[in-house]
Write a protein that binds this ligand. Structure first.
Ligand code: LR7
Ligand code: MN
Length: 549
């Protein structure tokens, strides 16, 4: 998750928390609306041999003793989470109940449709994978869980005992891909083998919590064109603590490079919802954790099969669902934990970065109409890259009579901030004499701007110089609020009023801070600074692309 404007988010979370508490109290006085045949939420039994003091129980963090630190660090490199810790924790550990109070007394129709759960995995650690499976088996009402389909996307290690282990688990089946398909087509392989009316997808390092399933299925039962996501909590990648915040605060949006982003729901959405248990409409989904009516998914053409390995299928499905008449929601009464990794551990022949970018490009081309120009502004070097054949996708969009991207922005992602219509220059910002380039390192909120060698390929090095005379990276702008020579430049949320974020620049020339008249200098370490303009080559900068010369 982006750490942008963290303080602001925390403040807003607090406000929303208070509002929800008040709503909860109001509602609990209301009469509960139950229609004859209703079921309470399924109460899982404690596992046999449950040891309350064992490591990780109740979602507690697990520390690594000194003597195992080195081993645990080695294992960390394999999965990019602390496998040593995961291996210490029971596959059936207990968890806290992260739901809003009101969810606990909810009841659901007895005749909810059942679901198949599909979990795809590639080189996942055994303990995290199996903890995902056991949490599903233990915490789903037996009559609503039809089956669990595991799809091994041709992992390097076979987890040999997996077949045997799975055989003794009721309802669980294993399919092994003979070659690596990537998570998108692997999910479709899983889908082919499901037979329940609803399909629920999970990543292979999740833990579901009490009551997670009923509200998801119920919502689809009410309206089959609703695609639903649980609230996603965090399983700490270092100590496997189960962490959660308030529900119903964040929803999914995107950056213009099409990466997923959590955003505070706008006031309109908060007002539309009258209870803490009400579903929240979400412009996008994170991707890995959702339930969908099986037939409806097929009607939507499932995923674009041209998407490789990892990335963009979440945007594709989000745009498709909204634009083609469906809805996407986050259900506050359903909570699932996920191990958020900081990097993807996959070895691929070409960089994962370029694979994902091609995926994003396909999605932009099919769904975003003219707005794809904003995507290309963030990825100027993709303009002349091929993205394969998308004619089938375009036909599908026509056949389903899907609405425009403009409609989606006006009706769904209503709080979107469009980048400035005119970017004067885009791409990396290079200081030719040193061949160092500006780099945000993904940090956007009151942190220093950095520098990296220009030969590195990273989205965090792609800026736009706009007609507003801002130099921006997503919603963050170069900012010089301490205007003393030698001060480092900061990244701060773009405030759109010029001032300390206004810069003058021409091709192969200085970048001059309008307010102070100082120039960006590459400085002497890895942070550019502002200095009096002195004609030095350390103050010359050039963007990759200029729209006007
Ligand atoms: O080649 C592969 N084959 C696979 O089967 C690569 C991956 N996989 C499996 C992998 O083992 C895992 O179970 O696919 C699953 C997802 O891969 P992750 O865990 O590396 O993805 P992620 O959690 O980093 O990324 C999010 O975005 C992805 C974009 O393609 C997918 O949609 C992920 O499912 C999605 N994860 C979530 O939504 C969890 C919440 C994260 C947030 C925000
Ligand atoms: Mn994941």
């Amino acid at each position: 998750m982006k750490i942008a404007a963290e303080d602001q988010i925390k403040k807003k979370i607090k406000q929303a928390q208070d509002a929800h508490k008040a709503a909860d109290e109001r509602q609990s006085h209301d009469k509960k609306r139950t229609s004859g045949k209703e079921r309470p939420v399924f109460q899982p039994a404690l596992p046999q041999n449950h040891k309350p003091a064992a490591p990780g129980e109740y979602g507690r963090p697990v520390d690594v003793p000194k003597e195992y630190q080195q081993l645990s660090e080695e294992l960390f490199q394999r999965n990019h989470f602390n496998q040593w810790v995961s291996d210490r924790i029971s596959l059936q550990r207990t968890l806290p109940d992260p739901r809003p109070e009101m969810c606990k007394s909810m009841t659901y129709p007895v005749d909810l449709p059942s679901t198949s759960v599909v979990i795809v995995f590639y080189n996942e650690a055994w303990s995290t994978l199996m903890r995902t499976v056991h949490s599903v088996l233990d915490r789903s009402p037996p009559d609503l869980l039809h089956e669990v389909i595991l799809v091994d996307d041709s992992s390097d290690e076979l987890h040999q005992p997996l077949e045997e282990y799975v055989r003794q688990l009721d309802k669980v089946r294993l399919h092994r891909n003979s070659q690596r398909e990537g998570l998108i087509r692997a999910r479709l392989r899983g889908l082919e083998q499901t037979s329940a009316p609803i399909v629920t997808f999970l990543d292979a390092h999740c833990e579901v919590t009490i009551g997670w399933l009923e509200p998801l299925l119920n919502r689809i039962h009410q309206d089959r064109t609703t695609v639903v996501c649980p609230e996603i909590d965090s399983i700490d990648l270092n100590n496997f603590a189960y962490k959660y915040g308030p529900s119903g605060v964040l929803r999914g949006t995107f950056n213009w490079d099409l990466s997923f982003k959590w955003s505070i729901a706008p006031t309109s959405e908060r007002l539309r919802r009258t209870s803490a248990t009400d579903p929240m409409r979400s412009p996008t989904m994170a991707g890995g954790l959702f339930a969908i009516d099986r037939e409806y998914f097929l009607e939507l053409g499932t995923y674009d099969r041209g998407l490789e390995i990892w990335g963009a299928e979440n945007m594709e499905l989000s745009f498709k669902v909204w634009q083609c008449g469906g809805k996407l929601e986050i259900i506050p009464c359903s909570h699932v934990g996920h191990v958020f990794r900081e990097v993807q551990p996959y070895d691929t022949s070409v960089s994962l970065h370029s694979i994902a970018n091609k995926n994003y490009q396909r999605v932009a081309e099919v769904w975003m109409d003219d707005y794809k120009k904003f995507f290309y502004q963030r990825h100027p070097y993709l303009t002349d890259q091929s993205f394969g054949d998308i004619s089938e996708n375009l036909k599908l969009r026509q056949r389903l009579k899907c609405r425009s991207f403009r409609w989606y922005l006006q009706n769904v992602f209503t709080d979107v901030i469009l980048p400035n219509e005119t970017a004067i220059a885009t791409g990396k910002v290079r200081n030719p004499i040193s061949n160092m380039c500006l780099d945000t390192f993904g940090r956007t909120s009151n942190t220093f701007l950095g520098l990296s060698p220009c030969n590195i390929q990273r989205d965090t090095m792609l800026f736009a110089y706009t007609s507003r005379k801002e130099i921006s990276w997503n919603d963050a702008c170069l900012d010089a609020s301490f205007i003393m020579p030698g001060f480092k430049i900061q990244m701060a949320e773009c405030h759109r009023i010029g001032g300390n974020q206004k810069w003058l620049h021409q091709k192969k020339d200085v970048i001059k801070h309008v307010h102070s008249g100082l120039c960006i200098d590459r400085g002497t370490d890895l942070n550019p600074v502002i200095l009096p303009c002195n004609g030095s080559l350390t103050q010359v900068w050039t963007f990759d692309y200029y729209t006007v010369n």
